[in-house]
Design a protein around this ligand. Structure first.
Ligand SMILES: *Cc1c(COP(=O)(O)O)cnc(C)c1O
Length: 402
C-alpha cells in the first residue's frame, strides 16, 4: 500500500452510489436484460420453502421443460452460472474411471475436459480445428476407438461462433456405443433450434445470461430418466456436495426439503425470462434470432468484412466476423465501447486476433442494436484505416429487416 492509502479497517470507505455505464451488450454474454426481468428482481423475497415459492419452483421447471423441448422430470435451475450447471452435469454423470469423449474445437470443450478429469474421468478427444464443427465421421471413429461412457459436445461454441450441425446423427452414434450424451447449450437455449427430446440428448445444461437475457445466477439443467438413473446408481459420491444431484433432488423433487438456500431473486428473474420465451413462442424466438442475426451478417458483409463460419454452421446467437488484415481487434472493441457504449469481443485461443465475436442474444436481438453494431463497428474500423463501407453496411441491414 502507498503512503497515503487509508486503511478500510479504520475509516469507512467512501464509495459513490452505484451508477454503471449504460451499455448495449452485443458480446458473448451477458446480454441485455429485459426490463421485466429487472423488475422481477426487485420484488420482495419470500422464504425458499414458502408455499408460494414452492409453487413458483414448479412453474420454473415447467417453463424450462418448454424451453428445452423436453418432458424430462429432472429439469432444474442450478444455483450458479452456466459453469455450475456444467459441473453439475459432468460431476454427477461421470464416475471415477469412466471414459469421457469431448471435443477439442473450442474453449468450452476444453472446460468439459477439465471438469470430466476432476470428476475422475479418463478424457479422450475428438478433434476439429477451432472455427469448425465436429465431423460426424470423426465422432463415429472416436466412439469406436474409445468406447466412452459419456460423450460431451458443444451445441453453440461461443468461443468460435460455430453451431454444431447434425446433432441427431451424433446422439444416435453415441447411443449405438452405449454412451450418454451431454450437450452444452449455454448459447443455444432460447436462441437457436434445440430439441432435447426429439434429438435424444441425455443431459443438457445452459446459462441464463446468453439467449435468455437474464442475469447470471440460476442455470438450466435437464437430465433424462436414464441419465439420472446412472447418477443415482453411483458407487461413490460426486466430489461436490453443493452440486450433488441426489441431494438437490430433495429440494427440487417431491420432498421440497432444505439443501441450500435457493438464490430466490435469480429464480424470480429466470421465471420472468422464461415467461417471455413462452409468450413469444420458442419457435418464433428462434426465428427472431435468425432474422436479426441475418441482418447483422448482411450488414458486416456489405461493409466489406467476411464471416468466419460458412452458412452451414453459422451460429446466429454468436457471430464470428473476420478481423481485417492489419487491424488490432482489441483496439476496435475498446473504441466501440468508448464511443458507442457498445460491448463486442475479440477472439480466444486459436482464433485470438482473428475474429470479432458479436452476440445477438435474447432481448439484445433487436433492430436498433443491429443498426448500432454495424454503424459502430464500421466507424471504428474506418477510423483505424480499414477499407470498409459503413453506409453500405447500414443500408444492407435496413434492406434485410424490411
Ligand atoms: C458462457 C458459456 C459457458 C459458461 O457459462 P458461465 O455462465 O460463464 O459460467 C459454458 N459454455 C458455453 C458455450 C458458454 O458460452
Amino acid at each position: 500500500m502507498g503512503e497515503n492509502a487509508t486503511s478500510s479497517a479504520e475509516a469507512a470507505p467512501a464509495v459513490a452510489e452505484l451508477d454503471p455505464p449504460n451499455r448495449t451488450l452485443m458480446g458473448p454474454g451477458p446480454s441485455d436484460v429485459h426490463p421485466r426481468v429487472l423488475r422481477a428482481m426487485s420484488t420482495p423475497l419470500v422464504g425458499h420453502l414458502d408455499p408460494s415459492f414452492v409453487e413458483l419452483m414448479d412453474e420454473v421447471q415447467d417453463l424450462l421443460r418448454y424451453t428445452f423441448r423436453t418432458d424430462n422430470e429432472w429439469t432444474i435451475p442450478v444455483s450458479g452460472t452456466g459453469s455450475a450447471a456444467m459441473e453439475a452435469a459432468f460431476g454427477n454423470l461421470v464416475e471415477p474411471g469412466d471414459t469421457v469423449l469431448v471435443p477439442s474445437n473450442g474453449y468450452f470443450g476444453d472446460r468439459m475436459a477439465s471438469m470430466a478429469r476432476r470428476a475422475g474421468g479418463d478424457v479422450v478427444t475428438v478433434d476439429a480445428p477451432w472455427g469448425e464443427p465436429l465431423d460426424p465421421a470423426d465422432v463415429e471413429s472416436a466412439l469406436a476407438a474409445h468406447d466412452p461412457d459419456v460423450f460431451g459436445f458443444v451445441h453453440a461454441e461461443t468461443s468460435t461462433g460455430v453451431l454444431q450441425p447434425d446433432v441427431p446423427v451424433l446422439t444416435e452414434a453415441a447411443h449405438d456405443h452405449d454412451a450418454f450424451v451431454v450437450a452444452d447449450t449455454v448459447t443455444s437455449l432460447g436462441g437457436v433450434e434445440l430439441r432435447v427430446d426429439d434429438w435424444n440428448v441425455d443431459v443438457a445444461y445452459a446459462g441464463p445470461q446468453k439467449c435468455l437475457s437474464c442475469p447470471p445466477g440460476a442455470s438450466p439443467l435437464t437430465l433424462s430418466d436414464e441419465a439420472m438413473a446412472k447418477v443415482l446408481d453411483r458407487e461413490t459420491d460426486p466430489r461436490s456436495w453443493y452440486l450433488d444431484l441426489s441431494l438437490l433432488e430433495g429440494y427440487w423433487g417431491d420432498e421440497r426439503a432444505y439443501h441450500h438456500t435457493a438464490p430466490i431473486t435469480n429464480v424470480y428473474a429466470l421465471r420472468e425470462a422464461l415467461r417471455l420465451v413462452a409468450e413469444e413462442g420458442i419457435e418464433a424466438r428462434w426465428e427472431r434470432h435468425e432474422r436479426l442475426a441475418s441482418a447483422l451478417k448482411a450488414g458486416v458483409e456489405a461493409m466489406g468484412l467476411a464471416m468466419n463460419a460458412p452458412d452451414a454452421y453459422w451460429l446466429p446467437s454468436l457471430n464470428a466476423v473476420c478481423v481485417p488484415e492489419g487491424v488490432d481487434d482489441g483496439a476496435i472493441c475498446d473504441a466501440v465501447l468508448e464511443g458507442y457504449d457498445l460491448e463486442i469481443a475479440g477472439g480466444l485461443g486459436d482464433l485470438a486476433g482473428e475474429i470479432f465475436r458479436i452476440g445477438c442474444m435474447g432481448h439484445a436481438a433487436r433492430p436498433e442494436n443491429v443498426v448500432l453494431t454495424v454503424t459502430a463497428l464500421g466507424d471504428a474500423l474506418a477510423e483505424a484505416g480499414a477499407d470498409v463501407d459503413t453506409d453500405a453496411g447500414v443500408r444492407a441491414v435496413r434492406e434485410s429487416l424490411r
